[in-house]
Design a protein around this ligand. Sequence first.
Ligand SMILES: Nc1ncnc2c1ncn2[C@@H]1O[C@H](COP(=O)(O)OP(=O)(O)OP(=O)(O)O)[C@@H](O)[C@H]1O
Ligand SMILES: [Mg+2]
Length: 414
Amino acid sequence: MTAYRTLDPEGVKRFLAARRELAERLGGEAQDWTVREVSDGNLNLVFLVFGTTGRLCVKQSLPHVRVDPDWKMPLDRTAFEAAWLRRIEPLVPGLTPAFLDFDPEQFVLTMECLDGFVTLREALTNGADPIAPSRILGGFVARSAFLTSYLAQPFEAVTPDLAFFSGNTTLTRITVDLVLTDPYREHPRNHWLPALDADVAAMRSDPQIIARIGALQERFLTTPQALLHGDLHSGSIMIADHDVRVIDGEFSLYGPIGFDCGLYLAHLALAHAATTDAPRKESLAAAIKAFWRTFCVDFLHLWKTQAHGADLYVPTTFSNALHELDALRTRFINGVFHDAVGFAAAEIVRRLIGYAQTSDFDHIQGQQSKADRQRVALSFACALLRDAPADIDAFTEMLHPQANLRITTLPETT
Ligand SMILES: Nc1ncnc2c1ncn2[C@@H]1O[C@H](COP(=O)(O)OP(=O)(O)OP(=O)(O)O)[C@@H](O)[C@H]1O
Ligand SMILES: [Mg+2]
């Protein structure tokens, strides 16, 4: 047993040099290797290592939040990320980095290096086409969710994963607090532009919104439909040309499938609110539809073709009730959509007023313009929480600011 030590570039070289298989992938000797730190998230250290014939990505958890050393945190998050990657990689071939190694003493995950890729957030900020990756991601969520759910396999195959990922309490606590609770109460972690004060107060005093958030808390913690990524924002996706990879599954848990869908939709909607360019807005709205439609088509196709052995809606019991089976499938998908709408709204709210905000609005010059664009996003989210749209077309209609004016002013009080 070797005591945990936080890695630095020299430590990364020593760590890899001591592991023959990984060292062989790099080629040459440790002194020939170059290490580049690329940590840009809130939580962990990430290094890219370049050898003479190969390259690797090394990710290590810290005993605290990377950007806040006073916020202590257990180390086990890379263990959950490693387990998620190993479980999901064969289900979604080519859509994650390849898993290579996990060291449970140093909490180091070693995986394929996606050098030359950028995060989808960065690509979107630089004007990349959002539609093609959104289709791929719709397929990713459909496959990873369906194939880990009770719809695809006997319950005995689900429950070990359910038990294991239920242990990811540290990061589930972060989601419960940062996404589903803090934005709706006073908390020192929250912060927002002063120009949004009235909007935030109006949101928090709206009983319909608070009731919906309560219902979402219940869905999140009590609906273990499938193994979720748990943090599927545009910074958890890397792209290069047509190659799309989902990274950073450290928040993985069993939960409602609409949570992953909703997070992805939220980040397209945030990008939509952050731009004033009309054609760009159209392509982001088209990407939202493309994601959702691909998800539905792929999920239903899997359900119709790969449900052998499942204990839910057992096909042989439905031979005289095919119409009813179709209706149940539609009801299931509509339920996922309803969850996705709610979680999309909650994700938008927390990225505007919570602890970990989004960089989508950083390019906007001037506090007033930035607040105006953020208000559009916040109003959209509040409208979603008050009156959930029935379908994806209605969802994208609500992206137009004039559809959601109600929340932008706090009622006069005397
Ligand atoms: N396999 C990889 N290949 C190349 N670069 C990677 C890889 N994994 C992560 N990165 C880079 O490292 C950065 C941080 O990775 P990641 O998002 O997994 O870290 P994190 O600390 O968990 O972040 P967060 O706070 O968002 O959860 C990514 O934005 C990306 O630029
Ligand atoms: Mg992370």
